[in-house]
Design a protein around this ligand. Structure first.
Ligand code: ATP
Ligand code: MG
Length: 320
């Protein structure tokens, strides 16, 4: 892409901890939503254990993958970008086996995330794997727009909180390393019962009260974690309200902004589209089932646009 056409990319991460809740389905349809608007879009399969974003996009597994770049077999990330059958939409395939990838350190991952942003795509979507693996949490933190997906099942909701908790503590850890205050924060954490620190947000409050300057800096790093909740596979009116409750509880518990994006209903046409390898956004872009998707995706896009206009750096990177 020519330099004058280069637009600052927006990176979206779709995570949530639990497997089978629709992360890949949502990632691939979000990618199709953008690409249908003639926006150059790249989806990256960061599910190192169970790569399948290619299936959602009707693309073969065989071919260059993220592993070729991360293991050093190829030095240019652009070489592992594959075209999909859909205009304006490219894919970086996931790694089929992930032993080598697992040994990646924070520095290599940061370099990878930077290379991704330099590829020249306007929208980049990280389809994250299940669980709270190091690379999954790092990718979620690196994104500009963070989508924490859950299903309405209690286990999935619990996993979403655990996922956000890992995100919180990882961000705290890197902020402490930067500020050289790790042992001080560790001491506080070791005495949290006596200090009546029962939640991550009360930990930050305590640090702010005791060490105002350092506390304010740590707090601003934590605020950068602004995230969005979304419940997929809702089957009842009660289910449709769950995302709002998760966002509310997470805000109180973690003390960083968490917004509710709403929900997507369970619908047989969803899994049928996956089985027939015909993505919904290509097959029936105006159908009622896509109403929820469109509303949510429009919301995500608008958030970013508004923030880019106001602070030039993105709402999700720069919340004070
Ligand atoms: N709203 C929905 N209605 C019906 N079926 C759905 C819905 N969303 C996802 N599914 C189905 O659920 C299954 C799992 O979805 P998906 O592969 O996107 O989950 P995932 O979170 O990416 O899983 P993993 O963690 O294993 O990568 C798929 O068969 C998909 O078609
Ligand atoms: Mg998946």
């Amino acid at each position: 892409m020519e330099k004058e056409n280069f637009k600052t990319p927006t990176v979206y991460a779709v995570g949530g901890g639990k497997g089978g809740i629709g992360k890949s389905f949502i990632s691939s349809n979000l990618a199709l939503f953008f690409s249908r608007k003639k926006i150059s879009t790249l989806i990256i399969d960061l599910d190192f254990g169970g790569a399948n974003a290619h299936t959602y996009l009707n693309t073969q597994l065989a071919g260059p993958s993220i592993k070729d770049f991360l293991s050093g077999s190829t030095s240019h990330l652009g070489e592992v970008v594959t075209k999909t059958p859909f205009p304006n939409l490219s894919l970086i395939r996931g790694a089929a086996d992930w032993d080598e990838v697992m040994s990646l350190d924070a520095k290599s991952l940061q370099q990878f995330f930077k290379s991704v942003r330099d590829l020249g795509f306007e929208k980049i979507i990280y389809d994250l794997g299940a669980g709270t693996g190091f690379e999954t949490i790092e990718a979620f933190i690196d994104a500009d727009v963070r989508l924490a997906v859950s299903s309405p099942e209690p286990i999935s909701i619990e996993n979403t909180y655990q996922f956000l908790k890992r995100v919180f503590y990882r961000q705290l850890q890197s902020a402490c390393e930067q500020l050289d205050c790790k042992s001080l924060v560790d001491d506080i954490l070791n005495n949290k019962q006596e200090l009546k620190i029962s939640t991550p947000s009360s930990l930050i409050k305590h640090i702010k009260k005791t060490y105002p300057e350092m506390g304010a800096t740590l707090d601003s790093k934590i605020q950068e974690l602004k995230s969005i909740t979304l419940v997929n596979q809702a089957r009842s009116p009660k289910d449709r309200k769950i995302s709002g409750s998760i966002a509310h509880i997470a805000r109180q518990y973690f003390g960083f902004p968490v917004e509710n994006a709403g929900c997507i209903d369970f619908d047989n046409r969803v899994w049928q589209s996956v089985r027939s390898m015909k993505p919904l956004f290509m097959e029936s872009p105006d159908s009622d089932i896509l109403r929820d998707f469109r509303d949510i995706f429009n919301q995500l896009e608008k958030h970013k646009k508004t923030s880019a206009q106001t602070d030039g750096k993105g709402l999700y990177k720069n919340v004070s």
